[in-house]
Design a protein around this ligand. Sequence first.
Ligand code: E4P
Length: 281
Amino acid sequence: MRIFLDSGDLDEVREAVSWGVVEGVTTNPTLIREAISRRPGADLAGYVEELLRAAGPGRPVSLEVMGTRSADMVREALRLYEGFNPVAGNVVVKVPVNTRGVEDGDLEGVRAIRELSSSGVPVNATLIMTPGQAALAALAGARYVSPFLGRVDDHVRSALGISFSKGDYLNVRSLRIWLESRAASGDRAAADVNSGILGGSELVAAIRRTFDVQGLRAEIIAASIRNPRQAEESLEAGAHVVTAPLGVILGMLRHPKTEEGVRIFAEDARRANYGELFGAK
Ligand code: E4P
């Protein structure tokens, strides 16, 4: 199990690396746009080099291509890998599993993943929403596949007309019970929402089972994580890596009873002159 930071912010990368438990970084064009907009005038290539140095050798940093045709994605990926990997030896190239929506090419992503992986470029197949996409990306040679848990949760809630805010936790177990009761009363649509995968953590579990049964070797990075429970559930479901924003990783540490316990122990230690154990006078 590993934890990566999902951020393009240099200060956040430095902070997270200093904790000693964050072993990689994932970015995307949106995260880079947000980070660079906080540094007017910054040179993007220089900024990315700083990001790679801040993560440091041995901590992979995923950098995404922008093209939607396989030839463009391969060319960009090679530029990223050959241009930036010498900085700290930690570049992984993120390639969408397919680009339908912008291009009419379902296979553009898979072709690019295949070509890059065959040339030894490590690929993180991104925007994975189904076990089938993950399997095809793994067959094409991706080193990592990134199921987007939060966006799957968004999709399921939108399909069901459930209102939500971006960070809201989706309780898939309760949702399944509710849908089963609707299906039992004859609501056929309720039985097949999102092909039966009702949330991001179920997607991770399905991908992990598929990979284990079929002997596929790509590592699963649970991405698009918006709250600590999603991170915990994806680890339980078999994600090899969870990538999450700084606030979510910090949130994994929090519990009111832990905080209350620390306050009480500190107070009782003071009353017991507990410091004497540590040489205090
Ligand atoms: C990670 O690899 C993704 O870029 C990121 O987690 C997307 O998160 P979002 O769906 O919250 O934007």
